[in-house]
Design a protein around this ligand. Structure first.
Ligand code: R5P
Length: 302
């Protein structure tokens, strides 16, 4: 076998499912955390002249998971692998894709530099917040969309459906989704408070949602704030149901409770980030992204 697949600790269930679909098992790796939280990595397989895939979601705790990825990459590089491919089902820091106020850092670009500095030859990732960050990489990037997993669920809905983009930045993604399903599109104009993380100042709906099922398409749900505010607004404008379709779910704080108690009727997400049992709730439906990811890797795995 000329390819090996390793996983960091962030999403072992997904990495194992992908490996199984590719008729492989995950490569052996030792990942140790010292008492001071430093991480030590040791690859326990022969990687010389092999193509090595490292699967790791850069989800919460983002910096820990990022560091694991970088150290795994370095260990494999030192083993003289032929090619190292980073597979990031969720690309953390992707939302920090531009400088909003003077003095800010360009975090998504820093992460791209770190991945390249370690020696990764290629990146495969899923539903980036903004495709513009592809420009931060010199190495080739395969950018997959997770939205196709939601298509069959939307197609099963009998009533009038409208796709809703929860903010202007998400327009391209929602446009693609609505065009693919031949559905109308409505837009929510969202203003954030740049001085307070997660705080939304105002929202306004552009387009007709009355008596329709509104599918709010987003890349990620974190606090649930964007979605819950959108749902209140959409219901106020006459939407009869609000369904969220978001590729990544990195729930923080009481997001599970906030979402369950909100006017959102259903929440569809994928498993690019592990959602522990205690953060699952009745309105949540988690779909597998493993087949999509495996199909993309199948072409590269030898
Ligand atoms: C923002 O631009 C993103 O696309 C998501 O809408 C946002 O990050 C979701 O975060 P939260 O659930 O905290 O509102």
């Amino acid at each position: 076998m000329e390819s090996l697949i390793f996983s960091g600790n962030s999403n072992i269930p997904l990495a194992s499912a992908v490996a199984t679909l590719l008729r492989r098992s995950l490569g052996k790796v030792e990942l140790i955390r010292f008492a001071d939280s430093e991480c030590r990595v040791r690859i326990e397989e022969e990687v010389e002249d092999k193509d090595v895939f490292i699967i790791q979601s850069l989800s919460n705790p983002v910096d820990e998971n990022l560091m694991e990825l970088l150290l795994l990459g370095d260990a494999v590089k030192r083993g003289e692998a032929r090619k190292i491919i980073a597979v990031l089902p969720y690309h953390g820091y992707a939302r920090q894709d531009r400088i909003h106020r003077p003095g800010e850092c360009l975090s998504a670009q820093v992460v791209a530099k770190l991945i390249e500095a370690v020696g990764f030859d290629k990146l495969v990732t899923f539903e980036l917040h903004n495709e513009a960050i592809l420009g931060f990489f010199k190495i080739p990037v395969v950018h997959l969309s997770g939205l196709s997993v939601f298509r069959p669920l939307v197609e099963r809905l009998k009533d009038d459906v409208v796709v809703v983009t929860p903010d202007a930045g998400a327009l391209k993604r929602s446009q693609k989704f609505s065009e693919g399903l031949d559905l109308p599109l409505a837009l929510i104009e969202k203003k954030r408070d740049l001085n307070q993380p997660h705080k939304i100042l105002s929202m306004r709906v552009v387009g007709d949602v009355k008596d329709k099922i509104a599918i709010v398409v987003d890349d990620v749900i974190v606090t649930g704030g964007t979605l819950v505010n959108a749902a209140y607004l959409l219901k106020e404008k006459g939407a009869k149901q609000v369904i969220a379709a978001a590729t990544h779910a990195d729930f923080v704080g009481g997001a599970d409770k906030i979402l369950q108690d909100s006017p959102v009727d259903k929440i569809w997400v994928t498993d690019t980030i592990v959602i522990p049992e205690e953060k699952r709730f009745p309105k949540l439906h988690v779909l597998s992204s493993a087949a999509l990811l495996a199909a993309a890797l199948e072409k590269m795995v030898k």
